[in-house]
Design a protein around this ligand. Structure first.
Ligand SMILES: Nc1nc2c(ncn2[C@@H]2O[C@H](COP(=O)(O)OP(=O)(O)O)[C@@H](O)[C@H]2O)c(=O)[nH]1
Ligand SMILES: [Mg+2]
Length: 365
């Protein structure tokens, strides 16, 4: 009697687990499908006001990189300068250098790496003067920045047609502005660009993208406010395929207060996008705000868990002394920096070059 009862209970449990599994699997399959026609938000394509055939507006000149990095140069770079000056290098100086590096928003691991390199040169009696210290710091910094670049190769939007760029990052870091600047650059290079307003949570976000669309002569695909962002991106990619666009740039929302939701949403965006074009996105750009200092490194680590990030754009370097964070980002993530933002103009989004950056950061410090 007792045994029959146990058998019934076990069978009931197995049945319940089987039901649960079937439900989960069918839900996952439903999630993988592109949204059904009737569920899609009413999509609209906002055509640019200007004549598509008209010559593309020239990109206005921006500030120099050195000027854009002025605040960081005035921060830890100036502190190191003040410390070593033109003097003979001694142990007390080395200790102070360690303190400066560790408080420079470079990130603990990377500060350690820089400092160890200086110490190693010192023990080999190579460090006679300030110039030698600078040479070690400069060379190590460039190696850190270069390593990530070399591993990934350059950003080549001609590699796929259309080339799909997914732009992610926390609210306010500069995603939409960066997309506008990128659209402008690609359009100036003669590319046919389309934008996707994947931040459907705030009407203002779509409007902001539309303004860039008008400015850069680029159409914007948008959905309903509060609608499914993955549906908007799906349609943008489909439209790009049928209407022969070269580059699709996809905006997303960045509400980090519900981290798990954000990550789940990005994962869905990625999956649905693959339904439209199996190898998309060809580039996933994480936008980070340099004014966040070491928090930017932490943010990057979180996003990297959910997405395969292939490039970084570091914005607002012009507004902060925490620009050294670029070293920590490259060192800890191993992802290349594609562009750096040093202001509001299109030309202030500069293609990243490790050598040029290190020159501008440390030269005549
Ligand atoms: N100074 C400066 N401001 C920037 C830069 N990039 C973006 N911004 C500003 O940052 C603010 C937020 O940008 P937005 O693109 O709306 O961020 P999103 O929420 O990530 O889309 C805007 O006021 C931009 O003008 C930059 O490189 N330098
Ligand atoms: Mg935005």
């Amino acid at each position: 009697m007792q045994q029959t009862y146990i058998v019934y209970v076990v069978l009931a449990v197995i049945f319940a687990v089987a039901l649960l599994l079937i439900w989960r699997l069918s839900k996952r399959r439903r999630d993988l499908q592109p949204p059904a026609e009737e569920q899609r938000p009413k999509l609209e394509i906002v055509p640019p006001a200007v004549d598509q055939q008209a010559p593309k507006p020239a990109v206005e000149a921006g500030k120099g990189l050195k000027e854009g990095l002025e605040k960081t140069r005035g921060g830890f770079v100036a502190r190191i300068s003040g410390l070593i000056g033109k003097k003979q290098i001694d142990q007390a100086m080395v200790d102070q250098l360690e303190e400066i590096l560790f408080t420079a928003d470079i990130g603990a691991k990377t500060s350690q790496r820089l400092f160890e390199a200086v110490k190693a040169s010192l023990s080999r009696n190579e460090l006679k003067d300030a110039d030698a210290v600078w040479a070690v710091i400069r060379q190590q910094s460039e190696a850190i920045l270069e390593r990530a670049q070399e591993k990934a190769g350059a950003l080549d939007v001609g590699r796929a047609h259309p080339f799909v760029i997914l732009v992610i990052g926390v609210n306010g870091v500069g995603k939409t502005t960066t997309i506008g600047k990128l659209a402008s650059k690609f359009a100036a290079d003669g590319k046919k660009v389309i934008l996707a307003a994947g931040d459907t949570f705030r009407a203002a976000a779509t409007e902001q993208l539309e303004i860039w669309g008008q400015r850069t002569n680029t159409p914007v695909v948008k959905g309903r406010e509060g609608g499914d962002p993955s549906a908007v991106l799906f349609d943008a990619v489909k439209r790009a395929q049928t209407e022969d666009y070269d580059v699709v740039i996809c905006d997303t929302a960045g509400r980090l207060h519900t981290k798990d939701n954000l990550m789940a949403e990005l994962e869905k965006v990625r999956r649905v996008m693959k339904k439209a074009m199996s190898d998309a996105p060809h580039e996933t750009i994480l936008v980070l705000d340099a004014t966040n200092g070491q928090n930017a490194i932490a943010q990057a680590a979180t996003f990297k868990q959910a997405m395969d990030i292939t490039g970084i754009v570091l914005t607002k370097l012009d507004g902060t002394a925490k620009g050294g964070v670029i070293l920590g980002i490259c060192d800890e993530l191993g992802v290349p920096v594609r562009f750096v933002g040093i202001g509001e103009k299109v030309a202030d989004l500069r293609p990243f070059d490790a050598h040029e950056f290190v020159q501008a950061l440390y030269d005549e410090a």
